[in-house]
Every structure is written in structure tokens, then in C-alpha cells.
Design a protein around this ligand. Structure first.
Ligand code: TXA
Ligand code: MG
Length: 326
């Protein structure tokens, strides 16, 4: 198993950076989910990421930077409104898709001429990038298509056997992946995420949400992403679960309350206050726990589709068994 090290110790960050310099991969926290990182310029190390995650090579990685010099090293600024976005949202959970510079290996971008870049708002990740002295290419630190990790123990459970170190930064602040914005004269959202679209619109005006992608723009957006191992079904509310006779042991992922506690083998409440941001930060951890419970099925209650609620619903739909049959 991997060693879980306190990420707030400078010594440990140094240790992790040394491994990265030697061409190894390291798991580390960001403000969204945990990432599995490699030195972006080290092709062999980047290849290891794909191996460890069992991720197909056609799915490109996000490049994490700690300063503007690193941004200029990997990407071209092709629109002036990018400065407004950076001023407002970086560091933070917004990934920009920009034209790549030659220095970035095609293995990182899966052959695309664009590169995904973001500056995480997390002390441990920023320190690690700084200590390495190069950007870090990192996908989420889970097995491909499975639940994303928001705690060190989630990383340990899924890929701990295949990596040496997990820097522990506690539970991640946002809990959902970054929002991905394709930069063009007309910017497009490729993935809903921790930063709500409403916020982006306030800064740059209208943005389109790309639903069905003609060309694969965000190949990781496959219909079966974020799946628990157990079947998951979305319900409008708790009552809907009991409309049919149920033989199986059932669990419930509720938004703000559970009325029939004793009818569930396990349940989790995302936010007793009904706060969508709090719900987002608890989302993956709750699913990890229900996935490990004795229950055979997970029922998940729909949340309001506004703000970060849209990103939660998008992930629920992808995790639901019906969607997976497509
Ligand atoms: O919050 C996050 O974004 C986390 C943390 C670790 O930073 N990372 C993350 O990475 O979610 P990953 O690999 O699980 O998702 C990255 C997504 C994929 O859907 C991928 O297809 C897309 O970004 N992507 C990467 N480069 C791209 C590009 N050049 N064009 C379009 N989509 C791209
Ligand atoms: Mg992922």
C-alpha cells in the first residue's frame, strides 16, 4: 500500500517532489479532488499515470501550474478575456482549454493541439508544483470511470497498491472536479464542475454548454464516468423509492433529510441545511461509503439544478445504472 504522508509538512512535500523528479507518480490533494501527478515533461512518468489508472490513452490530462511563467510555458493566450477569467477565478476550480505550446508532450494532450490548464487553490498542490519546479500533469486519482477521491483514504482504496506516496491534505474543499471551459471566441463549457456557470457568465457573458460532442473535445466525458460499483438509481424524492415493492437491501443518498431511517441498510445526508456547496463537498465521500455498505442498491435523491447542483446532477446521471446501459 502507499504511504499516506501529511501534506502540510514541508519535508513531505519535498519528499514527494523528489519522487516526481525521479520520474515517479504521486497522489496529492487539490481543492476539487485528489490528483495523480507526474512531471508534465517526463513522458515515461506521464505514461505511468495512464497505467496506474487503467485510463485509455485517448483521454488527455489537466496540467496544473503554480504561476504565470508556467502558464506561458505550456499554453498560448488566444483571447483577451482569459485575463479576466484568471483574475477572477485563479487559483481555483476552473480549467481552461488553450492552444498548446510545443514543449507539452502529445501524450499529455492525447494528440490534441490544445492543453487543459488550471491553477489549483490548494496550498499542498501549489507547494508541490513549486518544489518540483515544473507543472504537474494530473487526472483525478481514481481508477478510470470510478468514483473520484476527495480524501486520501479513497485514493488508497482504489490505487494505493500501485503508488508509493499519497500526500494527505484532508477532505477537499469543493469535492467536485473543476469546471472545464474551452476557450474560443465563443467559449464553451465541456464539463460542469465546482465553479458554477452563473459565475463565469458574470465575467465573460454568455457561454454555451456543450452537451453531445461531435468531435471528442473532452474525451473523459464518457457516459459511464463517476460510477460506484453498485447499481445507482436517481429518484425525485424518498417517497418514490417505496412506490414499488423492494426485496433488496437498499441505501439512500439524500439531499437534506431522511424520514424512514430504519428502512435503509445505510443512508447519507449531503447537506442538512440544503446547501448545494456543502452537498457537493460531501458528494463523492458519501457515495464511497454507500458503495462499501451492505446495501445492494443505491437510491440517490435529485438535487436542485442550479449553481453547483447542476454539476452534482450531471455526475449522478453518469453514475446511474440506466445511463450506463447507453
Ligand atoms: O478538478 C479537477 O479537474 C481534477 C483535479 C485533480 O485537478 N482533475 C480531473 O482530471 O478531474 P480528469 O483527468 O479526471 O478530467 C480531466 C478532463 C477529462 O474529461 C479530459 O478529457 C479533459 O479534462 N481534457 C483534458 N485535456 C483536454 C483537452 N485538450 N481538450 C478537451 N478536454 C480535455
Ligand atoms: Mg476523473
Amino acid at each position: 500500500m502507499a504511504k499516506i504522508l501529511n501534506g502540510f509538512s514541508g519535508q513531505n512535500v519535498k519528499k514527494a517532489a523528489r519522487l516526481l523528479k525521479r520520474g515517479e507518480v504521486v497522489a496529492f490533494p487539490t481543492e476539487t479532488v485528489y490528483g495523480l501527478g507526474a512531471n508534465v515533461y517526463d513522458r515515461r512518468a506521464v505514461a505511468t499515470i495512464f497505467e496506474v489508472k487503467k485510463r485509455p490513452l485517448f483521454d488527455p490530462l489537466i496540467v496544473h501550474i503554480a504561476n504565470l511563467r508556467q502558464l506561458e510555458e505550456v499554453a498560448k493566450i488566444n483571447q483577451l478575456f482569459i485575463f479576466k477569467l484568471m483574475a477572477k477565478f485563479w487559483p481555483g476550480p476552473l480549467t481552461l482549454i488553450l492552444p498548446k505550446k510545443r514543449k507539452v508532450p502529445y501524450l499529455v494532450t492525447a494528440g490534441l493541439e490544445t492543453v487543459a490548464v488550471r491553477m489549483p487553490a490548494n496550498l499542498v498542490s501549489l507547494s508541490l508544483i513549486q518544489e518540483l519546479g515544473a507543472p504537474i500533469a494530473a487526472p483525478s486519482a481514481n481508477l478510470f470511470g470510478k468514483l473520484s477521491p476527495t480524501k486520501a483514504e479513497h485514493v488508497q482504496k482504489q490505487i494505493g497498491k500501485r503508488i508509493k506516496i499519497i500526500l494527505d491534505g484532508g477532505k477537499t474543499a469543493y469535492g467536485l472536479e473543476s469546471t472545464i471551459l474551452f476557450i474560443d471566441r465563443k467559449p464553451k463549457i465541456l464539463r460542469l464542475g465546482s465553479l458554477p456557470i452563473e459565475e463565469i457568465k458574470k465575467v465573460i457573458g454568455p457561454v454555451e454548454i456543450l452537451k453531445k460532442q461531435k468531435k471528442i473535445l473532452a474525451p473523459g466525458n464518457l457516459p459511464t464516468h463517476y460510477s460506484p460499483f453498485k447499481p445507482l438509481k436517481i429518484v425525485k424524492n424518498e417517497e418514490e423509492i417505496f412506490k414499488n415493492k423492494l426485496k433488496k437491501k437498499i441505501s439512500f443518498l439524500a439531499f437534506c433529510q431522511v424520514k424512514n431511517k430504519n428502512r435503509f441498510t445505510a443512508f447519507k445526508i449531503l447537506s442538512p441545511k440544503g446547501d448545494l456547496k456543502e452537498a457537493a463537498s460531501n458528494f463523492f465521500d458519501a457515495l464511497h461509503q454507500l458503495d462499501e455498505s451492505e446495501a445492494e442498491v443505491i437510491f440517490a435523491e435529485a438535487v436542485p439544478e442550479k449553481g453547483v447542483g447542476r454539476a452534482i446532477m450531471e455526475r449522478l446521471k453518469k453514475a446511474s445504472s440506466e445511463e450506463n446501459k447507453n
